[in-house]
Design a protein around this ligand. Structure first.
Ligand code: MTE
Ligand code: MO
Length: 203
């Protein structure tokens, strides 16, 4: 069953890695950026959705422009990112998707600070992409000038690097519509086993 959420450090930071030499950004420094609120639905690749969630935090684009871009060589073009949670879970994201309007580093959900279950202290929220992109307990972001070599083992369920819900980009190697009926039949089992999607209105 589900592991307990990782402990939240007393002074959490988001480390910057890959081409960025900027070190790290303390979570308290996010207060320097404009606050953003996004109301959105949330879709796990395995078939459950949560509707009408209200996330609050800062825009990832503002974070990037303020803390990262200024530290890069002027000719550096970041194309890919890896978001890392303090439980070791990672997600590869294309820069074009990360810079989307509604992509947040979120600190609050439905008017409350994020709970451990939902990603304390901060998480990525990219509502147009499947749940697995929305890394909880965000503690590190890596910036790359090309697609990084993937270190994960071969799996038919490997994540899609765009993961756009409206295109049903569920997995890298399997068409979304092929796996949809399987997920639909197993949604209760998968949700119970992962412990995800709980403890929030509508989840
Ligand atoms: N750090 C971390 N982030 C994660 C995951 C995880 O296991 N660890 N699971 C992902 C998946 S598959 C989904 S569907 C959502 C679930 O978010 P929730 O637990 O807030 O419902 O978190 C995503 N982010
Ligand atoms: Mo998920």
């Amino acid at each position: 069953m589900k592991n307990p959420p990782p402990p939240v450090p007393a002074d959490p930071v988001i480390e910057l890695g890959g081409v960025s030499e900027a070190g790290s950004v303390a979570v308290t420094e996010l207060a320097k950026l404009p606050r953003r609120e996004v109301r959105a639905d949330f879709h796990c690749v395995a078939g459950w959705s949560a509707t009408g969630l209200v996330w609050e935090g800062v825009s990832f684009a503002d974070f990037y422009r303020t803390f990262v871009e200024t530290e890069l060589r002027p000719d550096a073009v970041v194309t890919h990112l890896v978001f890392v949670g303090s439980d070791g879970v990672r997600a590869l994201v294309e820069m074009e998707d990360a810079l989307g309007e509604d992509v947040l580093i979120a600190e609050r959900l439905n008017g409350e600070p994020l709970t451990g279950d939902h990603g304390a202290p901060v998480r990525l929220v990219s509502p147009w992409q499947y749940g697995y992109v929305n890394i909880k307990h965000l503690c590190r972001i890596e910036f790359y000038l090309g697609r990084p070599a993937l270190v994960d083992r071969w799996s038919p369920l490997a994540a899609h690097s765009r993961a756009r819900v409206w295109k049903e980009e569920r997995h890298r190697r399997l068409p979304g519509r092929v796996v949809r009926p399987l997920y639909r039949s197993l949604v209760g089992v998968i949700r119970a086993a992962s412990g995800e999607g709980k403890n929030a209105p509508g989840w």
